[in-house]
Write a protein that binds this ligand. Sequence first.
Ligand SMILES: C[S@@+](CC[C@H](N)C(=O)[O-])C[C@H]1O[C@@H](n2cnc3c(N)ncnc32)[C@H](O)[C@@H]1O
Length: 253
Amino acid sequence: MSERTNASFDWDSFNIDLYYKQYQDQVLPDDRILSRALIGALLESEIPLRSLKTGIDACNGGLPIGPSLIAPFIADTGKLYWSEYGKPQVSHAAKIIKMGREGNLGKFSAHQTHMAQCHPAWADAGFRACTLGEAVQQSVFDLPADTYDIGITCFGPESLTGDYEEWRLAVETFLRSVHKGGPAAMLYTENSNGYLAGMSYPAVSVDQAQILEAVQPELKQIHAGRIDPSHTARVDGDPHSYTGMGYVIGLKR
Ligand SMILES: C[S@@+](CC[C@H](N)C(=O)[O-])C[C@H]1O[C@@H](n2cnc3c(N)ncnc32)[C@H](O)[C@@H]1O
């Protein structure tokens, strides 16, 4: 095992302000391409909108983006879990949920505006993610199997450990938390060297072939895509960098 395991990092010291400033304060070209592609792939799954009872965004980071991407599929009476391990991230999720219920997504309204431009069903996705949302402190490794109707994780499993086997386990526990036949989606950074959130956090360097190999035992009807983010937050020569971003989505076997 690598010494850069999940347990060797203090996720409660994760500096969300710095993390958001660096990676999430604006809608970058990568975000535009990935969310549009993912929304298209989710629609192709032909799951009726507003039909599902439960959804989860694992490794949420306190952000409305993952929950917003799947919110249009959750029924008005359903629940959308903003699931995260680090305490400041969970508190931030609870704060955004409260703000969103009051009609204010703060700096994340730019992401809402972009999603609304992708498809009319996403016109209120951020607000819906808050109305149906609940922030929960939960490790991805402890997710219960066969529990949610739809799942997403954005930059989760590959960005919480430097250990390849542990990454595989995080992918597996995330995918296995979704009911058979339910859609499960992952956004990931490709060949990442880690990232900054007050201190240097780990990542496992994986490419699209490794992602596909990891998800194939758990998913069928897979759609996958990748982008080369040549004009984005990625800075050439930055040791905390990556070579691209990708998405994968499929139905749980
Ligand atoms: C790169 S950030 C991604 C955050 C957000 N989903 C995004 O799209 O920006 C990785 C997140 O994984 C969380 N994390 C670390 N270990 C975890 C674990 N064992 N279970 C769940 N989340 C974890 C971190 O606290 C951090 O918020």
